[in-house]
Design a protein. Structure first.
Length: 239
């Protein structure tokens, strides 16, 4: 939501750095952005959309950003066997998709990849796992506060669930654009609560859930949205 200023720098670069891998798709979610993302996507990404490399979806319903809900939406819409969260401010690095494919071919489906290394905190949410295991875990926890710790909650539940965890510290895959504290949470809820306050609250809730053996998120189901694919005026069914 309202992250066009990031995508202008990252999206095409990420496409070019991975387009040699033929089984890749980039799922872009317009979570009711108000920054003319539609216009920019039509002007600059149309050729990638027409080729199928980019899948563009929009929902007009959310009035504020909720990281878990937005990330669940993108993962559910992804058509591949492996899903990877890629925040709008992240650069994949050259041949990122080839590397993910190599790791899953080597170690099998029950794998969780986490791309991070001190002091590169901006890639903490770069995580890949099979879509099958993502669904088994219930995805991101939508009961959490709008932002903060949702990626680590998924990671910690995956570890407790028995997935093999790899921390990937290859610097080629760890580039990102820096954000201020204000930018991290300005589209969430009232826009006034500090990101770190939200993060702490989510961390406490997540730790409690895992301690109590609650590893499967959203047991009653995830929030459903009316969405539109590739500028269509007809709603797209994804459940």
């Amino acid at each position: 939501m309202n992250r066009l200023f990031h995508l202008k720098n990252t999206l095409e670069k990420n496409i070019i750095d991975n387009q040699d891998y033929k089984n890749i798709e980039f799922v872009v979610i317009n979570y009711n952005s108000k920054d003319h993302l539609d216009v920019w996507m039509k002007e600059h990404m149309q050729k990638y959309i027409e080729s199928g490399l980019v899948k563009y979806y929009k929902t007009n319903e959310p009035q504020s950003f909720h990281a878990s809900k937005a990330k669940n939406l993108s993962h559910l819409l992804a058509e591949g066997e492996i899903v990877c969260n890629l925040d709008g401010d992240n650069f994949t690095g050259k041949d990122f998709a080839f590397y993910i494919n190599y790791m899953f071919n080597k170690y099998g489906e029950n794998l969780f990849l986490h791309f991070t290394k001190k002091p590169f905190w901006g890639t903490e949410g770069r995580m890949a796992l099979s879509k099958n295991n993502f669904l088994k875990l219930g995805g991101y926890d939508e009961d959490l506060l709008p932002i903060g710790h949702e990626d680590h909650d998924l990671m910690n539940r995956a570890k407790a669930f028995g997935l093999k965890y790899f921390k990937i510290e290859i610097e080629n895959f760890l580039k990102y654009l820096s954000n201020t504290e204000k930018e991290k949470a300005e589209n969430c809820a009232d826009g006034a609560t500090s990101f770190y306050v939200l993060e702490k609250g989510n961390q406490e809730k997540s730790n409690g859930n895992i301690k109590n053996g609650k590893l499967i998120a959203n047991p009653s189901g995830r929030e459903k949205f009316t969405i539109y694919k590739n500028f269509s005026s007809e709603p797209y069914t994804y459940y």
